[in-house]
Design a protein. Structure first.
Length: 145
């Protein structure tokens, strides 16, 4: 007579393993160790509502879904998503959405990386789009390194 043993694994452990496994393609898409500098000639905002004045800022990828922006007078975290481009970017750039008199950080490309970062949309940006009849322009700032 054979007895079978049933191994009971907590559902939380299974969920955690599946969550970590689902992040594997994202980890390959973006190296979390980059740092770049940008000289922004205008004030801008991030999705978290943080305001940054004109100046030179260092951008650090801080994990897979957050980016750290550091300047002499301000610093803050930005939630991001990674988008795979297939081929490495030839030059680094930050793209800002310009609505009326406001600028919002939207995307960051790093030279040599085959993916770019997409910043979440700020509530202030959504309100600004409505106020300016949804007209906006994209403004590019070259990354310094």
């Amino acid at each position: 007579m054979r007895t079978s043993t049933i191994l009971k694994v907590p559902a939380g452990l299974i969920a955690a393993v599946l969550a970590v496994a689902s992040l594997a393609p994202v980890a390959q898409a973006q190296d979390s160790g980059f740092a770049a500098r940008m000289n922004v000639p205008f004030a801008f905002q991030t999705a978290t509502g943080q305001h940054f004045g004109p100046g030179v800022y260092t951008i650090h990828m801080n994990g897979q879904q957050t980016m750290l922006i550091q300047g002499t007078g301000a610093s803050g975290m930005v939630l991001t998503q990674v988008a795979n481009d297939g081929e490495p970017a030839s030059r680094g750039k930050a793209v800002f959405a310009h609505h009326g008199d406001q600028y919002f950080l939207r995307t960051v490309w790093v030279a040599g990386k085959a993916s770019h970062l997409i910043c979440n949309t700020a509530k202030a940006e959504q309100r600004s789009q409505v106020a300016s009849d949804r007209t906006s322009t994209a403004v590019e700032v070259a990354l310094l390194r």
